[in-house]
Design a protein around this ligand. Structure first.
Ligand SMILES: C[S@@+](CC[C@H](N)C(=O)[O-])C[C@H]1O[C@@H](n2cnc3c(N)ncnc32)[C@H](O)[C@@H]1O
Length: 334
């Protein structure tokens, strides 16, 4: 079990590194901004040539940075000098009522960032509206794939399922296009978030949101899915929207699709090919999985996602991202 040590502004970054490497947890009692500076100084530069090394680095980084803790009381007040008011951000992430406890400063900064993003919202040109992602819900910060779904010709359809709805952005789009939608997700944060967004967009009459693994009962004319696209083990709970261990969701969606489409119905799979560039899945494996599920490809449209963050060519994801293409695969029952 780790030791818990109380520390303050007198601690240097080097001393902190050493204590953490020895397995200690540090409870900060100094100035809030100094704690943020210390956290930044504890980050280690990546030296990863492969995706697996990159993930190992991320796991190690998360473990070490999460060793810097701060106290928070039951009203979500941080009793530190120059601490910001985080009560609303914490209520959104942890619920209305807190309890006195220690949390990693890194996690609290994530909660604050999520609160700011949720307030600001993300402009979705295809909807001509903003979508407001909750803490822990996949944020469509690169919304080109929504455009892809917006311009695809609809099959003859009145009903749709949106599997893994996240913020509800695709469900809102399908509703705008005149369909009656059932949207599912396994994350209760996503369910609450989708309900919020759909209400704001005036689409609750057209979309039913359901906490459900993959498909709701029944069939629909159009079944859409934008699954997590990297088939690797999630490290943090926030990873679940992007990392799909062993491609479970993708495989489950493909395997169940034929049984949930009406005759002449279409499945729309929105999938980045990043996993292919990282050597985690081949195109041939994807095409074979489509065939095994008794499906055929009726068409495919692409978009090149825009990466707004500064590109770092030492990052093993960088070169894969440069080549990344997101496709909308139109699938029909063979
Ligand atoms: C990449 S996000 C896409 C969210 C949203 N559809 C969008 O396009 O922005 C994938 C979503 O699938 C959800 N998910 C993962 N496994 C699932 C499952 N077995 N059944 C339903 N939803 C799932 C995640 O919680 C997450 O919200």
């Amino acid at each position: 079990m780790d030791n818990v040590i109380t520390v303050d502004d007198r601690l240097s970054a080097q001393q902190a590194q050493r204590l953490i490497t020895q397995g200690n947890q540090l409870v900060w009692q100094g100035d809030f901004h100094h704690a943020k500076q210390l956290l930044a100084a504890l980050k280690r530069p990546r030296k990863a040539a492969t995706f697996q090394q990159y993930r190992n680095h991320q796991a190690d980084q998360a473990r070490r940075l999460n060793s810097l803790l701060i106290a928070i009381d039951d009203q979500y007040v941080v009793p530190l000098r120059r601490a910001p008011d985080v009560a609303q951000a914490c209520r959104e992430a942890y619920g209305a009522h807190g309890s006195p406890r220690l949390i990693p400063l890194r996690e609290l900064l994530g909660v604050i960032g999520a609160h700011q993003l949720c307030r600001r919202g993300i402009a979705i040109p295809a909807l001509d509206e903003r979508i407001h992602p909750h803490y822990g819900v996949f944020a469509p910060t690169r919304p080109e794939y929504v455009e892809l779904a917006a311009i695809q010709p609809l099959p003859k359809a009145t009903t749709a399922f949106d599997i893994g709805t996240g913020t509800g952005v695709l469900a809102a789009l399908l509703a705008r296009r005149g369909l009656q939608v059932i949207a599912t997700d396994t994350s209760n944060r996503a369910i609450a978030c989708a309900e919020d967004n759909l209400e704001r967009l005036g689409q609750t009459g057209r979309v039913e949101v359901m906490e459900q693994d993959l498909f709701p009962p029944g069939r629909a004319d159009l079944v859409v899915c934008n699954p997590p696209w990297i088939p690797a083990r999630p490290i943090t709970t926030l990873d679940h929207a992007v990392y799909d261990e062993n491609g479970r969701m993708l495989q489950g969606w493909l395997d169940g699709l034929a049984g949930h489409l009406t005759p002449n119905g279409e499945g729309w799979l929105i999938l980045s090919d990043l996993a292919e560039h990282l050597g985690l899945r081949t195109r041939a494996e994807l095409v074979a999985a489509i065939g095994r599920a008794n499906l055929r490809v009726a068409g495919r449209a692409h978009v090149v996602p825009e990466h707004r963050k500064a590109k770092d060519s030492r990052d093993p994801l960088h070169w894969a991202r440069v080549k990344e293409v997101t496709s909308l695969w139109r699938l029909k029952v063979s």
